[in-house]
Design a protein around this ligand. Structure first.
Ligand code: SF4
Length: 164
């Protein structure tokens, strides 16, 4: 990930703020970005080469690379851990690039692992993706209306449910 990836990262991000207020945002960044290799240039006064994900949060969106951190049973979270950034790399790490888990001692390898390794992120569906899945399942179950009509009906049902 580099600052040149900003447009792509922006287009993938969620259209909702990452933080409830400035205290949460700056607290999270102090705990994470202030020791991350990706924002090191900004700490050295080269903001243009700083982390593009920070910029995305500053314009009121949530990067797709932020996944929810731990919550207690009441849904409460810590400021430093409310998100886990999958792109975080400690600036003091000897090699900040992600490395594959080493093959365990005595474990055989039939094939070289490297071409088959990658990052897999399991995330909750966005409301838009959820609606698309619901629509597909409804069509399979016999629904005949189009997606626009289906979406309007679901929005109306959700609004009614929220008012109840
Ligand atoms: S990669 Fe994540 S943790 Fe690192 S500076 Fe960017 S937003 Fe912060």
């Amino acid at each position: 990930m580099t600052p040149d990836d900003y447009d792509q990262l922006f287009s993938e991000s969620h259209d909702r703020p990452a933080f409830s207020n400035g205290t949460e945002g700056y607290g999270w960044m102090a705990a994470n970005c202030d020791r991350c290799i990706h924002d090191k240039p900004a700490r050295e006064n080269d903001d243009a080469r700083g982390c593009p994900l920070v910029l995305i949060t500053l314009v009121g969106r949530t990067p797709r690379q932020f996944i929810d951190g731990p919550r207690d049973e009441q849904g409460r979270y810590g400021i430093a851990t409310q998100h886990v950034c999958t792109e975080f790399r400690g600036e003091d790490d000897p090699d900040p690039n992600p490395q594959p888990v080493p093959t365990g001692p005595g474990q055989g390898e039939l094939l070289p692992r490297q071409p088959y390794e990658g990052v897999r992120m399991l995330m909750p569906l966005s409301p838009e993706d959820r609606a698309a899945v619901d629509f597909r399942e409804s069509v399979e179950a016999g629904l005949t209306e189009d997606f626009s009509a289906f979406s309007r009906r679901m929005d109306a049902a959700n609004t009614t449910a929220r008012r109840a």
